[in-house]
Design a protein. Sequence first.
Length: 704
Amino acid sequence: MSEGLVKNIQTILLTGDNAEKKRAELIHYFNQTWELYESLFDLINNDAAYFKKAEPLRHPLIFYFGHTACFYVNKLKLGKYIETRINSHFESMFAIGVDEMSWDDIDDSHYQWPTVTQTREYRTQVKACVNEFIEKMPLELPITQSSPAWVILMGIEHERIHLETSSVIIRQLPLTDITPSASWSACKESCEAQPNELLPVIGKSITLGKQASDATYGWDNEYGSRLTEVEDFKASKFLVSNQEYMAFVKEEGYCKPEFWCSEGRAWLAFSGASAPRFWCYREGEWLQRNLTEEIPLPMNWPVEVNQLEAKAFCNWKKQKLNAPIRLLTEAEWMILRENIPEHAPLWPEVPGNVQLEYFASSCPVNRFEHNGFYDIVGNVWQWTETPIDGFDNFEVHPLYDDFSTPTFDGKHNLMKGGSWISTGNEVVTSSRYAFRRHFYQHAGFRYVESEQLPDTDVKINVYETDELISQYLEFHYGAEYFSVPNFCVNAVNQCLQDIQLHRYGKALDIGCSVGRASFELAQYFEHVDAIDFSARFIQQAYALSEQGEKRYTICTEGELVEFKSVSLQQFGYQHCASKIDFSQGDACNLKPQFSGYDLVYAANLIDRLVDPGLFLSSIHERINHGGYLVIVSPYTWLETYTDKEKWVGGIKVNGENFTTLDGLTETLIGHFELVAVKEIPFVIRETKRKFQHTISEMTVWRKR
C-alpha cells in the first residue's frame, strides 16, 4: 500500500489470555479505524461537496461522515452503557438512511444538515467518549455478544463497512471536488487481458455458517448453519475483466432485452445505462473513474457492475458458449475459498488485493493466484446468485435488530470475497454482505458453468417464523380470543369516539409495531406517519402495505405450528395503504419533520421507553392546537426498559401512592386537558393453550 495508510488492519480476535492487552488492542483498532475513515473524507477538497447527491439513491456524504460516529452513541445508549447523549439532534438525523430501505427517509428536503465543521466537532466529541469508555469498561475474555466490548467492535466493524460504501460515493463526485493523495494511490499496471477460461471444480456437501465459538466478530446473519449440496461445476479462472465485458458492450448487450431479467429491464429503463457506471467514453477513448482520478480503461482490471449487469452478461455468455453459464452461488464461492488455507486475521501474508494492503484501486486480474484461480478474495466483490437470508437458528443481536432483517426480502443478493478497500470483518471467510441488485459497490463477478439450478427462490412472501414477530402479527391481525375485541381496532374506535376535529389531516402512530392501528387510522385521516423503534416490526407492516399479504406461523405446542395468512383486502385496507408512511424511529428522539399532527396515538408505548418523561414533555410541540394525544398502556413498568427514577407512575411519592395517571396529568396538564379515561382489554396468544390477558388504560388529551 502507498505510504501514509497503515497496514495490518485486520479484525482482532475475541480470545486472549490478558484482558488489559486486549483492551489496548481494542483502543488501537478503534482509533486506527477512526483515522482511516477520516483520511478518506480528507480527499474531499471543499465543504459543498459533502452536500452533493453524488449517488441519487443515497444520502449526501455529510450523512455518512456523521453516521458512523452517532452509531456508537446510539448503541451504547440503547445498551444502557452510557447515561447521556452527546447531541440528540445529530443522533436522530444521522441514524438511519444508509440504503434505500422502503422505510428509510432519504428525502433531503426533510433535513437541515449541519456544517462540515459542526460534524467534525461532533466526531471529535464521540471519539473522546468512546476512548474513555473502552479504557474504563469491564472486560473479560473471550469477548462475547453480551460484553460491552462487543458493542465497540460492532461500531468499529460498522465504520469499516462505511469506509467502503463512502468510497463508492466519493468515486461518483466530480473530480474537481477531489484532491489526490499519496495515501490513496491507485495501481499503475494495465495492459491487455489474458483470455478467460473455465476450470473444473469438484462439488461436495458444504455447511455454511459461523459458529458461536468462532474467535472473530460476526454479524447476526453469519451465525447458524445450512447444509448445501453442490454438484461439480466449472468456474472462470479470472474475474471478468473490462476487456471481456467490453465484448458484451460492443455487441450492444445493453440494448437486447433478451439478456436482461424483468428487474434488469426496469433498471435499464430508469437508468438509461449503456455501459458500466465507472466507464466513460470521451473523444473516442474509453476511460475509467477510480477513487481520485480518471485513467484510460485498464483492460485487464476487473469490470465493476451491479448484479443485474453481471447476470445479463452471463446470459449473453450462455448464448455465446451454448452452455449453462450463470453467476456463482454463495456455496460455490465457499468451495473456491478452500484454495486459500489461511483465514483472516491469521494470514501470514495478505493473499489478494484486499484491506488496502496493495492499492487504493483494483489491479490486474492475473496477479493473485491460488491453485489455478485468481482473485478468490479481493480486487472486487463477487456478485452471487444467492439472495441473502438467515441460516437455521438465526437470531438478531438485541442492539442491532435491523442490520440484516430488512434485507431478507428477496431483493438483496450476497457478494463474496471483498474488494481492495474491504477491511476488518469484511475479509473474514464467513462474512456475508448483501446489497440491492441495482446498487453499485466495488463489485464485479466471475461466472460458472453448472447444470445445477441456483437457490434463487427466496420468496418475498415467506412465512415469518420469528416467534415474537409472529406473536405480534397474530395480536394485530389474527383471530379474536375469549370474545375480547381486537385491541388495535377497538382502541382506535374508542379514541375516535372522544375526539372532535374540524379536519382529519395528519395522524402519528408512534410505537406502531406491525401496523394494524396505522391502517385503522388511515381510514379516517388523510395521512398517517407510522413509527416504531424496531426495524423488524416496521418491515412486517411495510411488507403488508406493499404486497397486500403477509404470511406467518404461530406456535400451537412444542415445535408444532399453524400457518396463517392475512391480507389488506380481507380487512378493507387496500385503498388506504398508500396514505401511510412507515419508518423506523425513536419516540424520544423524533426527527423535526414529524410534526403538525391532529392526532398522536401512542399505544402500549410509554412503559417501554427509556425516558417517557422526555416524550411526554415535548410531544405537544408536534400537535396542532385543538389536536389530540391518545395514550394507551397497561403501565407495566419494568427496569429492563426504564430506569426506576424515570417511571412516570406506579411508585410511592412522599409515602403515598402515585399512579401513572397522576404522572401523566402532572406532566401533560400544562398543555392538554384530559377528555376521557377508558379501559381497553386485550389478549395475546402465546400458544394454542396459553394466552396473556391484559387491560390497558386509555387516556385522551386535547391540546389547549
